[in-house]
Write a protein of this length. Structure first.
Length: 256
């Protein structure tokens, strides 16, 4: 299992960025022959607040798991950005992970360009970013994984506005947290837009109907539960619940 560190010049962020890549390209038979070259299914995996691209490498068994799944994993650094586009600060993180990173890693490595082979996920802030990017680029990602996603960020800001106002503007850009919550930096807004487009455009509806989201059941936050309820009500969404610690997955297809 190859672990590769990449540094490249990001046009979305306008600076050099580090990216960790796990690639099962060195798998071999018992006789020592490399397996035939192929394009790998890929998970774009995002870290949480105060983290870095190395979090999943150093704090989890992601390499062993990816090898068992025969899966490529791409892990960028998101700083403390919540993976939103802040154009004024030249920090277009959602574009970075949802578009640019996918395109450039496909150029660099033998990754599948099929939507059904391309997944995005993350923990906490990374879960927020994964859901945001997954909803903003539904033609790219066929599966979204949210682990204890920080979807409560806008609701939390209402409780401590003085404390979060400056921080919120530094992360999300100009405007009050209420204004930002009504923009496309909020996954809920993207969900509503996607639902409307799906009703008006059959092509969009075909994409939406084949989408999936994973959220570990014991780790569900209230905001995540509400988000999934919205998906159930507004879209035809395949929703898988993982029972953490058991490895069991129960899936139910939610109809409009």
């Amino acid at each position: 299992m190859a672990h590769i560190q990449v540094t490249y010049m990001s046009q979305a962020l306008w600076r050099s960025v580090p990216v960790q890549v796990i690639l099962p390209a060195d798998k071999a038979t018992r006789e020592g022959e490399l397996l035939p070259q192929r394009k790998f299914k890929t998970l774009y995996l995002l870290h949480g607040l105060h983290g870095s691209s190395m979090d999943w490498i150093t704090r989890t068994r992601i390499i062993r798991w990816a090898e068992a799944q025969d899966l490529a994993v791409v892990m960028p650094s998101g700083d403390n950005s919540f993976y939103v586009d802040n154009v004024d600060a030249q920090n277009k993180y959602c574009e970075f992970i949802g578009k640019e990173l996918v395109e450039i890693t496909r150029r660099m490595f033998p990754l599948s360009d099929r939507r059904e082979d391309t997944f995005i996920g993350g923990l906490s802030m990374g879960g927020f970013g994964a859901i945001l990017a997954g909803l903003k680029y539904p033609q790219t990602f066929g599966y979204i994984v949210g682990l204890s996603s920080a979807l409560h960020i806008f609701e939390a800001a209402k409780d401590v506005p003085a404390k979060t106002s400056a921080y919120g503007q530094a992360i999300f850009g100009p405007g009050t947290m209420e204004e930002i919550a009504a923009s496309d930096k909020n996954p809920r807004v993207l969900l509503e837009r996607l639902a409307k487009q799906a009703k008006e455009d059959r092509a969009v509806n075909a994409v939406v109907a084949d989408s999936k989201i994973d959220i570990p059941a014991p780790m569900l936050r209230t905001q995540q539960e509400q988000m999934v309820d919205q998906m159930a009500q507004q879209l035809q969404w395949a929703f898988s619940t993982i029972e953490t610690g058991t490895g069991n997955i129960s899936q139910q297809t939610l109809q409009q």
